[in-house]
Design a protein around this ligand. Structure first.
Ligand code: AMP
Ligand code: MG
Length: 350
């Protein structure tokens, strides 16, 4: 398949024409990668089983790991899912935006799209290109992240092209994704209870304040699934991206980290370091690859950089990667959730 990379913008005639072409491609049953405010998505018509099949195939994703359907207006959720007052409160507070809500599905969403579940995950992206693409397509767009299964979610069109050239019809390019980690996913259990399945830009603290119901945080957000335990979200069953080199998350001061890494004495190491610590690491380990990760308090920069850094570190053929352990609150929880997976839960408290 020939893959076209088209510049997508909503403020130029050429950019708009490219979005129109991509929308026509979706209507014709094609595959279009599009930018969102979280990461790039691999989209197709969400109302047809055969287009969902094409997505699973292009990604190499098991077909029991369901796709999120993307809508242009929060109220369109009612076309595809049993919405309720709790959904309305979440929509009012966070949509359009980086929040995905899991609810009971309606028959308009094929079983294939929802991985055989009775529920469906719905998101209304705020990114102007994504939003316009859905509007022009006139159907909901089923879209997982636009990476090959087992690779990090792509945060720019170059990373998408690495994974998806020859597998999709169109890649809409709008530069670097704003947030850089996938959407927050919550499940509405009933009118009175909400469970966090995946942390993201919308934090647990913000969710509780807007939902006016308690938020349960699924154990799998911070811990390994226990032997034989059912996964609350199918994606949790599958091995999430981890670089080829082992990753260790270090919990300690920069001095403790330097002393520990020095005591191991490996060659070809990579260190993901807060900007404030880069110079110290460079002088302690002149041969190491040091990846600047943003300032310690600047979790938005860290979220923005994480997946691109992990892709880069993989290309640098390292024997070991060290990274700081994020906190478990606010946006830190989203970083923690992705980084413990990249580290296969290998954390060292110094
Ligand atoms: P991605 O789009 O690549 O971020 O993957 C979508 C994530 O949403 C996967 O981890 C899925 O397991 C999860 N997901 C999609 N639909 C559902 C659902 N109905 N219930 C629970 N999790 C879901
Ligand atoms: Mg994904």
């Amino acid at each position: 398949m020939k893959t076209e990379i088209l510049e997508a913008r909503t403020d130029t005639a050429a950019g708009l024409a490219n979005i129109e072409r991509a929308a026509a491609c979706i209507r014709a049953g094609g595959l279009v990668v599009f930018p969102t405010e979280t990461v790039y998505g691999l989209g197709a018509d969400g109302t047809r089983a055969e287009t969902a099949e094409k997505i699973y195939k292009a990604k190499g994703r098991p077909s029991d790991n369901p796709l999120i359907i993307h809508i242009a207006d929060p109220q369109d959720a009612a076309l595809y899912a049993e919405t309720n007052a709790l959904y309305d409160r979440l929509a009012e507070a966070f949509m359009p935006g980086p929040l995905t809500v899991v609810m009971q599905a309606k028959d308009s969403v094929p079983m294939t799209t929802r991985g055989g579940l009775s529920t469906v995950a719905v998101r209304c992206p705020a990114h102007p290109v994504a939003n316009l693409l859905i509007r022009k397509a006139g159907v909901c767009i089923a879209a997982p992240s636009a990476n090959l299964s087992g690779k990090p979610s792509p945060t720019d069109a170059m990373q998408v092209a690495e994974d998806m050239t020859g597998r999709v019809d169109i890649i809409l390019d709008d530069g670097s994704a704003d947030f850089g980690l996938e959407s927050t996913i919550v499940k509405i259990e009933n009118e009175g209870s909400l469970t966090l399945l995946r942390p993201g830009r919308i934090t647990p603290e913000e969710l509780e304040a807007a939902a006016h119901v308690p938020l349960a945080i699924s154990d799998a957000v911070t811990d390994r699934l226990k032997e034989g335990e059912a996964a609350p979200s199918p994606g949790m069953k599958y091995r999430h991206y981890a670089p080829a080199a082992p990753v260790t998350l270090l919990d300690g001061t920069v001095e403790q980290c330097i002393a520990y890494i020095g005591s191991i004495g490996e060659e070809k190491i990579g260190i993901i370091a807060y900007d404030d610590d880069v110079a110290l690491y460079q002088s302690a380990f002149p041969n190491a690859k040091i990846y600047a990760f943003g300032k310690k308090e600047d979790e938005l920069s860290q979220a923005h950089l994480l997946f691109a850094l992990l892709r880069r570190a993989d290309k640098d053929a390292l024997v070991h990667i060290y990274a700081p352990l994020p906190r478990k609150s606010g946006i830190g929880l989203a970083l923690y959730n992705r980084m413990i997976r990249a580290a296969s839960h290998h954390i060292l408290h110094l």
